[in-house]
Design a protein around this ligand. Structure first.
Ligand SMILES: Cc1cc2nc3c(=O)[nH]c(=O)nc-3n(C[C@H](O)[C@H](O)[C@H](O)COP(=O)(O)O)c2cc1C
Length: 250
C-alpha cells in the first residue's frame, strides 16, 4: 500500500516538475541524436513510400467507430506496402526542423522529442525474412538486426504466454531512449514519454482498421526478458509498449 501511495504521488508530481536547470539543454550540453545511429555495413531494407493504395476503409470516422483490440488474425502475409503505411502512421517523419533539432511526425510528442525507437519482430511479411528489424523513420527504411530460431519462443515467454502475440504477422515494439527527452525537460520528460506512447499506439489501431488489419496494445510483458530479446543497452534504452499486428480473418 505504501508503494502504491508513493507511485500515486509520483504520478501527480509530473515526475519532477519542470525544474529550471535540471535538463542537459539548460546546462548547455549537446543534443542527443534524434534517431539511433546506423552501424557501418548495416543491412538496410528500402520501404515503398507510404501511399494510400493500401486503404480498404479510408473514412476516419468509420475507423474510429470500428476500432477494437483484435487478437485473431488470418494467416495471410502482410505486404511491405501495408507495413510501410503502418510505420508511417505511427512514427513517420514529415519534416526535420531547426537544422536537425527535431522531427515533426504523424504523432505528437511533448517538445517534439520523439524519444521512441520502433523494433519489429517480423513473422509473415512479403519480402522480409522473419527476424528483428529497427525502423529508421527519417530515412523510412528498415535496418535488419538479427534472426534466430528461438525468437518466437522468447517472445512468447516475454509476454507471459499471450499466444496472439506470437501468431501475428509482425509485432511492433516501442522502446524509449530517455535522454532524448531528459536533455530538454530533465525528470519531467518521463511522464511526457508515457503519454506519448499512447498517441503512437492509437495511430496504429486506426491505421490497422484502415487496411483490414488489427492490433492489440500489450503492456503485460516481462521487462528484462523483452529487453534481452531486443539486445538493448538498458541504461540508455528499454522497451515500453508493444502491439502485434495481423490481417483480420473476415
Ligand atoms: C495500456 C494498455 C495495455 C494493454 N495491455 C494488454 C495486454 O497486455 N494484453 C491484452 O490482451 N490486452 C491489453 N490491452 C487491451 C485492452 O484489454 C483493451 O483495450 C480493452 O479491453 C478495451 O477493449 P478495446 O480496445 O477493444 O476497446 C491493453 C490496452 C492498453 C490501452
Amino acid at each position: 500500500m505504501e508503494r502504491m501511495q508513493a507511485q500515486r504521488e509520483l504520478m501527480k508530481s509530473a515526475f519532477g516538475t519542470f525544474l529550471a536547470g535540471a535538463s542537459g539543454q539548460s546546462q548547455g550540453k549537446p543534443e542527443p541524436p534524434i534517431e539511433k545511429a546506423c552501424p557501418p555495413n548495416a543491412e538496410l531494407v528500402a520501404l515503398p513510400p507510404p501511399d494510400m493504395s493500401v486503404l480498404t476503409q479510408p473514412e476516419l470516422r468509420a475507423c474510429m467507430a470500428s476500432r477494437r483490440s483484435r487478437r485473431h488474425w488470418s494467416h495471410e502475409f502482410m505486404s511491405k506496402q501495408e507495413l510501410s503505411f503502418l510505420l508511417w502512421a505511427t512514427q513517420g517523419v514529415e519534416e526535420v526542423v531547426g537544422d536537425g533539432y527535431a522531427t515533426m511526425r504523424t504523432v505528437p510528442s511533448g517538445g517534439a522529442r520523439h524519444a521512441f525507437e520502433t523494433y519489429l519482430i517480423v513473422n509473415r511479411v512479403d519480402g522480409l525474412l522473419p527476424a528483428v528489424y529497427r525502423y529508421r523513420p527519417i530515412q523510412h527504411e528498415l535496418l535488419f538486426l538479427f534472426g534466430a530460431d528461438t525468437l518466437l519462443e522468447h517472445l512468447n515467454a516475454a509476454v507471459f504466454g499471450q499466444r496472439f502475440v506470437n501468431d501475428a504477422s509482425v509485432v511492433f515494439i516501442w522502446t524509449c531512449v530517455p535522454y532524448r527527452g531528459e536533455w530538454r525537460y530533465g525528470p519531467a520528460a518521463h511522464k511526457l514519454m508515457l503519454i506519448d506512447a499512447g498517441h503512437v499506439c492509437q495511430n496504429l489501431y486506426l491505421a490497422c482498421e484502415a487496411i483490414g488489419a488489427g492490433t492489440c496494445a500489450v503492456a503485460a510483458y516481462d521487462q528484462d526478458a523483452l529487453d534481452r530479446l531486443l539486445q538493448l543497452d538498458t541504461h540508455e534504452e528499454f522497451s515500453l509498449y508493444l502491439a502485434p499486428v495481423g490481417k483480420r480473418p473476415e
